[in-house]
Design a protein around this ligand. Sequence first.
Ligand SMILES: Nc1ncnc2c1ncn2[C@@H]1O[C@H](COP(=O)(O)OP(=O)(O)OP(=O)(O)O)[C@@H](O)[C@H]1O
Ligand SMILES: [Mg+2]
Length: 368
Amino acid sequence: MAQVSLKNVSKAYKGGVKVVNSVNLGIENKEFLVLVGPSGCGKSTTLRIIAGLEEASEGDVYIADKKVNDVPAKDRDVAMVFQTYALYPHMSAFENMSFGLRLRKYPKSEITRRVNEAADVLGIRHLLGRRPAELSGGERQRVAVGRAIVRKPLVFLFDEPLSNLDAKLRVQMRTEIHKLHIRLQTTMIYVTHDQVEAMTMGDRIAVMKDGLIHQIDTPMNIYDHPKNKFVASFIGSPPMNFMDGRIIKKDSKLYFDDGSRIKVKIVEEMFPKLMPYLDGEITFGIRAEDIYDKLFVSVAPPENVVRVHCEVFEPMGSEVYLYLNSGKHTFIARVGAHDRPQINQDIDLVFDMSKVHFFDKNTEETII
Ligand SMILES: Nc1ncnc2c1ncn2[C@@H]1O[C@H](COP(=O)(O)OP(=O)(O)OP(=O)(O)O)[C@@H](O)[C@H]1O
Ligand SMILES: [Mg+2]
């Protein structure tokens, strides 16, 4: 059973601020946890603290219920895969993959068996005799993953392992690692700044910024119920649209008004949480897929229709992105593949008001 837990873990470099700030994380046995956040937020540092490559300034790290603060990296039974692969250039793929086992004096037959087994899983058996310079980026990455697999560690740690691959190969390797997790049933912690990788791979996602974990939950819970404006903006592509404006009351109904062309009726279920903000400033959030072109909506409540300027549209193949301007805010709608509105003209859009979010403008915490 390989749970990993971090209790109040902080890290500060000499004279600096905390780059990891009181992190509490519990990773279940066999779980695939993705640690995601913008560059410099402390992801690699957190992972290196788990691996034992970096010492925490404060707090405790547990692997399989054992406190490992004082256990050296080589005895932690974790295997890490790095963005740079870190393969030995003078060794063949076989030698690279078997290096850790040879150091640990495993019998030759066992080493061969494990390397061949891992190579089969990764589809690189035919490449075992080649050196890294004779392999493509994707193949090198497989060797690096293979080197981790042969160790049969309690926990796998991945630090942006796909960053150096081209877009297509990234998608392919993403699926491969996902499948590998299903097959190996081992605890994995995966660091990335790519929210698509986080959404598609993680059993759960931990969203990090400035050394702090902002939210830990399943991908869909984070997508549907972001804890604050940062999480709402970071998870999802295109990012959620935000508009600052006011909550106003008219004929005992509440509306969001952006002070220009957007005035939409708020659904009644949201009234209680929004009443404290009446007439005050608030941040409104709506995802691109919750905005429709009125032409394609059979029944559109007039209070949910906004007329805005369509500046440009981008056909993506399976969908179209509309870039819109309300006079005060620019925002994006994601509409059907065959929608071809007139550009530089006003168009009518429908906001799905049951799906919208509101954030406190000062604290940026989610209200709804
Ligand atoms: N040895 C060091 N001395 C001082 N500051 C450091 C050191 N190593 C990292 N940092 C700082 O700690 C912060 C977190 O670094 P970390 O490598 O964990 O970020 P990250 O989230 O992995 O970013 P990226 O996505 O760019 O890899 C950064 O601001 C970085 O400049
Ligand atoms: Mg990093």
